[in-house]
Design a binder for this molecule. Structure first.
Ligand code: HEC
Ligand code: HEC
Ligand code: HEC
Ligand code: HEC
Length: 426
């Protein structure tokens, strides 16, 4: 009888101990879940403040400060002058700022510093230049509306404190993705798309497309406009620039060939949109901001860099081939595009020279000369559309090669027309 009582006591003690251990685990040892309620006010652009609530995203955002080459050897964030690898740039952009300073881009936290330091800006630069470089653009636009584009950039610098930060892509209250660049919103509106109602999946590309797109400063106010009315391809944007009444005549006059030239600006969104990934609904964020895990928690990497640095999280989620195979595929695509890009670029440089010589011949056939000028303008647009794009053709390999192939042909036609104009063979 006494033994039975003892056994009951022992069992009770064991149960009590187990209970204490369970309760202790729940209340003492479990790390407190991060349910700090975010109270980030609109207008707070310091990423460190946002980072207090979203430490994993913030920590990966800070990695954007690392500067490193990419595993493919293309792109990357090591600052160098592109003309050291492509000397034809010096001829093709002669007489305009990119002929003086055309360096590789780098991570988002540097956008403001690079804007302030580039030799491409001066007292004449319009406020429009800051559109894609800073979160402070949001407040400036709120105060001034489209008028900010006319204000000299130097006068706005006092109000620009932060580079590209969380607010460029997120609504601080809901953390939903948002687009803030007016030109993107307007260009999409013209296509019948209301970005405020866009699906989350679409927003995973739109947040990037608001900046990683071709644009121009529309006269007379230098308002930022995306030339998308006729479509997003090189030939469609060229048609937009060339056909009246919309049109846009020139970014600058080429001093050698006397051609009214256009400069392309990073049409990443445009090239991607023609590729097999866009058609398969693979967004910019799928590759550039893949999901990562830390202590069992899933989050989007905010280290926006070459996806080839983390092929497993960026590509192997869909592709079942080996990492090595994927890497080789990307390199093959890029090497093919690079070769055609150099061919087009050097042929265009020759066309500028030949046209320049032809123009000086007395009795030159003016009609043929103008034909040659129009052809080199077009050739350079097609070349630049791919050269200024950031993926060395990867975002849409077939479209990239087709665009460069046409460019080479236009450049040769330009040389032939200039030779006909001068009745000689340069
Ligand atoms: C299917 C995956 C994929 C998608 C989708 C994708 N990219 Fe890329 N992106 C790449 C690869 C691969 C490269 C080449 C990286 C390299 O050379 O190391 C690249 C390169 C870039 C670069 C240059 C990176 C550097 O280091 O200089 C930028 C900028 C970029 N992409 C922006 C975008 C934008 C904007 C979108 C959406 C409109 C997008 N990408 C969609 C895979 C992708
Ligand atoms: C507010 C405008 C803006 C937004 C939004 C934006 N970018 Fe960028 N991005 C830039 C600018 C400007 C640079 C170049 C910064 C520099 O070189 O100082 C850049 C650089 C990059 C680079 C090159 C980084 C490197 O290390 O070389 C990649 C990759 C990139 N962006 C991808 C993306 C992707 C993907 C998205 C969307 C998730 C995105 N960007 C959204 C403006 C933007
Ligand atoms: C260039 C655009 C861009 C910038 C800048 C940016 N984010 Fe994001 N963020 C995204 C995208 C894209 C997602 C994925 C959203 C989705 O799929 O719904 C995301 C997701 C998130 C999420 C949701 C959870 C997750 O990880 O998917 C949080 C929280 C977040 N970001 C915080 C931040 C913070 C904090 C900053 C600034 C330090 C920041 N973001 C800067 C584009 C951006
Ligand atoms: C969300 C899914 C998804 C992700 C992520 C993804 N891909 Fe793809 N990829 C596809 C689909 C779908 C196709 C179309 C062909 C097919 O079905 O395989 C494709 C096609 C390709 C092709 C064929 C080339 C072309 O453009 O015609 C290459 C190369 C490629 N992907 C490389 C990559 C690389 C490199 C990454 C990572 C940076 C990547 N993919 C990430 C889904 C994805």
């Amino acid at each position: 009888m006494k033994d039975k009582k003892n056994i009951i006591i022992i069992i009770a003690v064991i149960f009590a101990l187990i209970l204490v251990i369970i309760l202790a685990r729940v209340f003492v040892f479990t790390p407190s879940p991060v349910i700090k309620l975010a109270t980030i006010p609109e207008g707070e652009h310091d990423p460190a403040v946002w980072g207090k609530y979203y430490p994993l995203q913030y920590k990966s955002y800070l990695k954007n400060k690392e500067m490193a080459p990419t595993p493919t050897g293309f792109g990357g964030s090591v600052n160098y002058q592109k003309s050291t690898k492509e000397p034809e740039i010096l001829m093709n952009f002669q007489g305009m700022p990119f002929g003086k300073d055309y360096s590789e881009d780098r991570g988002h936290p540097y956008s403001l510093q690079d804007l302030k330091e580039t030799k491409r800006i001066g007292p004449e630069s319009p406020g429009s230049c800051m559109t894609c470089k800073t979160a402070n653009m949001i407040d400036i636009y709120k105060d001034m509306g489209d008028g900010y584009s006319r204000v000299p950039l130097m006068q706005l610098f006092g109000r620009i404190k932060h580079p590209i930060t969380c607010a460029n892509c997120h609504d601080p209250a809901s953390m939903n993705l948002r687009v803030v660049v007016p030109a993107f919103i307007e260009a999409m509106q013209k296509k019948g798309i209301d970005v405020k109602k866009a699906s989350r999946e679409k927003m995973r590309s739109y947040v990037c497309g608001q900046c990683h797109s071709e644009y121009y400063f529309a006269p007379p106010d230098k308002k930022v406009v995306f030339p998308w009315d006729k479509g997003l391809k090189a030939k469609e944007t060229y048609a937009y620039y060339t056909e009246k009444p919309a049109g846009f005549e020139q970014d600058w006059l080429h001093p050698v060939s006397g051609v009214k030239m256009l400069k392309a600006q990073h049409p990443d969104f445009e090239l991607w949109s023609t590729g097999v990934h866009a058609q398969s609904a693979v967004s910019c964020a799928d590759c550039h901001m893949p999901y990562m895990r830390k202590d069992g928690r899933k989050y989007s990497s905010h280290w926006v860099t070459s996806p080839m640095k983390h092929v497993e999280s960026s590509c192997l989620t869909c592709h079942k081939q080996s990492e090595k195979w994927i890497m080789e595929r990307v390199k093959t695509i890029q090497n093919n595009v690079w070769e055609m890009q150099r061919t087009a670029g050097t042929t265009i440089a020759r066309a500028h020279e030949v046209i320049g010589k032809a123009a000086k011949v007395s009795g030159v056939n003016k009609t043929e000369l103008e034909k040659a000028r129009e052809l080199v303008r077009k050739a350079q647009w097609f070349w630049d559309f791919i050269a200024a794009e950031n993926s060395m053709g990867f975002h849409s390999p077939a479209e990239a090669l087709n665009t460069l192939g046409l460019s080479v042909d236009f450049a040769h036609q330009a040389i032939a027309a200039a030779n006909r104009a001068a009745k000689t063979h340069y």
